[in-house]
Design a protein. Structure first.
Length: 538
């Protein structure tokens, strides 16, 4: 059978390396990964290994956003990890290369690497270049926010259609410090990709060369018997958390790093994000809360100068091993600093925010924790009256219809990992809020999650989720809610005796899916505060 796919007699004496890519035409994030897979295979072959290419699925969060299809997004992370583990385990590959380019296939690939624990390298597909519309740089989030402007009557049908056609000019992952670029940076900081793999344009000679070098790196890792769990230490995860914070990265990093740590057998909790966040500033002025796109970080030198700054400041563990066979500090030794005068990455003396934008909240609404994204621009405290919706679509309809007012706290529940099922991202309603000019006047809380493109006063991952009888299920429209990012609390200002009465009459909703992958996921998935994984939690 292997002769039929191109093996020679000599190939059977070589280590076999599975080269997995999430190539598809489903999304621009992945449309070029077949080219990178072939370059990676060339690198494996030149280094003395035998590459065997195979594929896995991906879904487009951006296209499914705001629809029932978005319920499959986080589910796909588990499906992808399972599929890579299945193929690699069944075929007995000695090593693994994985090439990803979108929000869920990237952490999924690393989860599979951690489970299999065979020499492995991750390659990021790279960032998209910005679109150009009316002389301004635009991206996918520009379109989502334009929907709100259109609803408010400040953008015409023709202008919205024109923007849609210019926002995504070609291949690559969404162009701000959204989830894909966040996770690529986190994976590099973990030590599982080559230096600056996270900060290269998708269509570039640098990215092709990165893929080829990664192929050679896997063969060298095989020679050294250096495996993912040798690299994925607790200190490596602390490096990843530090990097995500310094970049102003996506709230999804909390969910995914917890899941990867679980796969690697490393104890990591949401409290680690809180602990590290108290001493690490946000340094990068990147979208969605900031000014610049990922392409501008690439232009000034990428991620490695920032990592070097963090290391010199004592905020990274430099002794952690990486897939180069060298430590993080050794990788960064000869890296030059950013050019003088650049305004993408700030100095420690004048950070974007003096501590983390990822704030772990607790309180009577989230006794097991919640994740807030507080850039500081929206303030650090919000008090208002609840407007309760049991589905994302109903909240979005109210926002676009102008029924949401200043001072409202939008509550979107039964969207958690089990209740959704699938923990949908709330980019559509949060973008509509921004587009209608309510970003500073409205808060949104949910047991769902947020896109990396979300900004504003938002709290997600509220646990326990409403479908399990969490306190979010007891909120009623008109209740007073207080979100305090300084005290790190999210509080429902309703007497406990009233909540006890409401609890006695509460009934769990019937499962929305009883067959198929969503039903299986709902039966298996754990809490968002533990990474929303389907592997058993010990």
């Amino acid at each position: 059978m292997l002769h039929a796919v191109g093996f020679t007699r000599e190939d059977f004496a070589k280590p076999q390396v599975g080269v997995c890519s999430a190539w598809s035409q489903v999304t621009p994030c992945n449309m070029h990964l077949d080219v990178l897979a072939r370059r990676a295979s060339d690198g494996v072959a030149a280094a003395g290994g035998k590459p065997v290419m195979f594929g896995t699925i991906t879904v487009s969060d951006g296209i499914s956003m705001g629809t029932e299809g978005m319920k499959y997004s986080l589910v796909s992370r588990e499906v992808i990890a399972d599929s890579i583990e299945t193929v690699t385990g069944a075929e007995g590959f000695d090593g693994l290369m994985a090439i990803g380019g979108c929000d869920k296939n990237m952490p999924a690939m690393v989860m599979a690497m951690a489970r299999l624990n065979r020499p492995a390298v991750f390659v990021y597909g790279g960032t998209i270049m910005p679109g150009l519309w009316h002389g301004q740089a635009v991206d996918i989030v520009s379109v989502f926010e334009a929907v709100g402007k259109h609803a408010a009557g400040t953008l015409s049908d023709a202008e919205l259609a024109d923007l849609e056609q210019h926002a995504c000019p070609g291949a690559g992952s969404c162009g701000g410090m959204y989830t894909a670029n966040t996770m690529a940076s986190a994976i590099e900081a973990l030590g599982l990709s080559l230096p600056n793999s996270s900060a290269q344009a998708a269509i570039s000679d640098d990215k092709k060369a990165d893929a080829e070098r990664a192929g050679a790196a896997v063969v060298e890792l095989l020679r050294r018997n250096l495996r993912p769990r040798d690299i994925l230490t607790r200190r490596a995860f602390e490096n990843a958390i530090t990097t995500v914070i310094a970049l102003g990265g996506s709230t999804n990093a909390v969910l995914h790093l917890l899941a990867i740590a679980h796969a690697a057998g490393v104890r990591l909790t949401i409290d680690d994000f809180a602990r590290i966040g108290r001493r690490v500033p946000v340094l990068a002025d990147l979208k969605p809360s900031g000014t610049h796109g990922m392409a501008e970080l690439v232009r000034i030198g990428g991620l490695t100068p920032l990592l070097k700054r963090l290391l010199e400041r004592g905020l990274l563990h430099g002794g952690e091993m990486t897939v180069t066979g060298r430590t993080l500090a050794e990788n960064l030794a000869g890296v030059p600093d950013y050019p003088a005068g650049q305004r993408v990455v700030m100095d420690f003396a004048a950070p974007v925010k003096k501590d983390s934008h990822l704030v772990i909240l607790r309180g009577n609404l989230a006794p097991e924790g919640a994740v807030a994204k507080i850039s500081g621009k929206e303030g650090e405290r919000f008090e208002g009256r609840a407007r309760v919706f049991d589905r994302e679509e109903r909240a979005l309809e109210a926002i676009l219809a102008g029924r949401i007012r200043s001072g409202d706290v939008i509550v979107i529940r039964y969207e958690g990992p089990r209740g959704g099922p699938g923990m949908r991202e709330m980019l559509a309603p949060t973008s509509a809020i921004m587009g209608r000019g309510l970003g500073a006047e409205v808060a949104l809380i949910t047991d769902g999650r947020f896109s990396g493109g979300t900004h504003g006063f938002v709290v997600g991952h509220i646990t326990p989720e409403a479908a399990l009888g969490g306190p979010l299920a007891l909120v009623r429209t008109g209740d007073r809610i207080v979100i305090d990012a300084v005290a790190r609390t999210v509080t429902l200002d309703v007497p406990s005796r009233v909540l006890a009465t409401r609890r006695r009459t509460w009934r769990a909703p019937r499962p929305r899916y009883t067959r198929g992958v969503l039903a299986k996921y709902a039966r298996l998935v754990g809490s968002a505060s533990l990474g929303a994984v389907t592997d058993p939690i010990p």
